[in-house]
Ligand binder design. Structure first.
Ligand code: UDP
Length: 203
């Protein structure tokens, strides 16, 4: 398939099952030195993009770009370059969890959300998905993005548990620019920039 250019972003015309299948492939394969990552642009992001070169670069280099917002899908249709459907991060993550059927559990790291929230999400995830194991959670302090020691701390915490999947809930554009900057050092197979998904999972 070809990426669809819209608002200066190139979006993958994938339906949910196709996106899940692609990510499952990467999650089952050997770890590569660079983490693959998923971004899910909505209209807010297209506005942020105009004034942020780092966000543009993060979108440009993403392995999967999915349309999170209905307006993005509507616009694609009006412009005659139709995206097949909306695929939000908060739907994609549970779909991946539900589809985890390997012999070994899907090792998942929850990065972000307010302190305590990811632990509550982990309890719910374990209750609902028997083949997913939340191996660690971490809520970085305010201003972490400009603090080298703190960024190294985050990378070490990830390296310690070598998750398959890293869910990043640090808000846009921080989550996208963070994974773009550190993807060569992140010891996860796949990272998903997931906005408030950890909050949703916490219930
Ligand atoms: N968040 C965080 N650290 C930050 C900023 C945000 O952990 O420095 C978390 C916030 O607690 C929430 C998530 O990022 O769980 C998503 O925030 P928001 O809804 O603002 O992001 P968006 O949906 O716009 O990407």
């Amino acid at each position: 398939y070809k990426r669809i250019p819209l608002f200066g972003i190139e979006i993958d015309p994938l339906r949910m099952p196709e996106a899940v299948e692609m990510l499952q492939g990467w999650l089952t394969n050997e770890r590569s030195p660079t983490a693959r990552y998923v971004v899910t642009p909505n209209v807010d992001h297209t506005v942020l993009l105009q004034s942020s070169a780092p966000l543009r670069a993060a979108y440009h280099d993403a392995d999967v770009v999915l349309a999170d917002g209905w307006p993005v899908v509507m616009a694609s249709r009006l412009l005659g370059k139709p995206l097949p459907e909306r695929v939000t991060g908060s739907d994609l993550v549970p779909a991946l969890f539900a589809g985890a059927q390997n012999k070994a559990p899907l090792k998942t790291f929850l990065l972000g959300a307010a302190p305590g929230v990811a632990q509550r999400a982990a309890v719910n995830i374990h209750r609902q998905y028997e083949n997913v194991q939340v191996v660690s959670t971490y809520s970085p302090p305010l201003g972490f993005e400009n603090d080298t020691a703190e960024n190294n701390n985050i990378l070490s915490r990830i390296a310690e548990v070598e998750p398959d999947l890293l869910i990043i809930g640090l808000g846009a554009p921080k989550q996208e620019t963070w994974i773009h900057r550190y993807r060569h050092q992140v010891a996860a197979k796949v990272a998903i920039c997931a906005g408030a998904t950890i909050d949703f999972l916490a219930g």
